[in-house]
Design a protein around this ligand. Structure first.
Ligand SMILES: NC(=O)c1ccc[n+]([C@@H]2O[C@H](COP(=O)([O-])OP(=O)(O)OC[C@H]3O[C@@H](n4cnc5c(N)ncnc54)[C@H](O)[C@@H]3O)[C@@H](O)[C@H]2O)c1
Length: 251
């Protein structure tokens, strides 16, 4: 079970820290060559350095997933350098305003969260799927959120854009269901990361209280499920958003 990604090439966005870093570490530890994309140039280089120091083949690129040209050319560069692309996990995302009702929610903040969480997911999928189709194999995983399913109050931009990721996964998954490329999502409840540490403690309590297991998820749990979703053995699921919520999601 520890070599599921031997000879595979993966891109993980948001790879500088948090869930992205944990997913990248897991894929690389199971044999993938991983290229981290993140808009934090120094941090993403450091993350790649840490993993390389642990003997894992991890590279980094400074990429802002809201920038179409950068997404397009960076993915092309990975394919040119490594000959192919087998896996793309889009973890890059932002929380945006929280504990903020819609009347107080700045429209510019909504535009920004849309650009990262939904438009960025769209761009990464649009350009990552092409080299996968060319080889009749690929695995795409987009990070959504339980907030997109249930709609956490006070974070309308987050809830709306993550709900959009559900639609993206379902639509694109069906478009390519007869190819060897699968497109799935994952909807975590609270996973302990810097993003959660930066959120309003009241919001975090609201979210944790709703988890029947009464705890946050761990980075290892997120990485383990992500790795399964993008593994070759997960071959009969596409257009589906997997649950990772400690029992909170019941549908
Ligand atoms: N942590 C949780 O509890 C939780 C719950 C549900 C969903 N999620 C989702 O999981 C994903 C990862 O979350 P996390 O907690 O690891 O967050 P994080 O804030 O720790 O890491 C997110 C990473 O994405 C990068 N990023 C943000 N905007 C970017 C852009 N435009 N281009 C490139 N990189 C960008 C950041 O620089 C950062 O390195 C996010 O999509 C988040 O919405 C997280």
């Amino acid at each position: 079970m520890d070599d599921r990604f031997t000879d595979q090439v993966a891109i993980v966005t948001g790879g500088a820290r948090g869930i992205g870093e944990a997913v990248a570490r897991r894929l690389a530890s199971e044999g993938a060559v991983v290229v981290l994309f993140d808009r934090l140039a120094d941090e993403v280089n450091e993350a790649a350095y840490r993993m390389s120091a642990d003997g894992m083949p991890v590279e980094s690129m400074a990429v802002d997933i809201t920038d179409e040209d950068s997404v397009k050319t960076s993915i092309a560069e990975v394919v040119a350098q490594h000959g192919k692309l087998d896996v793309m996990v889009n973890c890059a995302g932002i929380v945006g305003p929280n504990n903020t009702k819609i009347t107080e929610y700045e429209t510019t903040a909504f535009d920004e969260i849309y650009a990262v969480n939904l438009r960025g997911s769209f761009l990464m999928t649009k350009f990552a799927i092409e080299p996968m189709l060319a080889q009749d194999y690929g695995r795409i995983l987009l990070y959504a959120s339980i907030g997109g399913k249930e709609g956490n109050p006070g974070m309308v931009g987050y809830a709306a854009t993550k709900a959009g990721v559900f639609g993206l996964v379902k639509g694109v998954g069906k478009e390519y269901a007869e190819t060897g490329v699968t497109v799935n999502g994952i909807a975590p409840a609270v996973i302990r990361t810097p993003m959660v540490d930066a959120a309003d403690p009241e919001m975090v309590k609201y979210m944790t209280d709703r988890i029947p297991m009464k705890r946050t998820g761990s980075l290892e749990e997120a990485a383990a499920m992500s790795a399964f979703i993008v593994s070759r053995e997960n071959s009969f699921s596409t257009g589906y958003v997997f649950d990772l919520s400690g029992g909170r999601a019941t549908y």
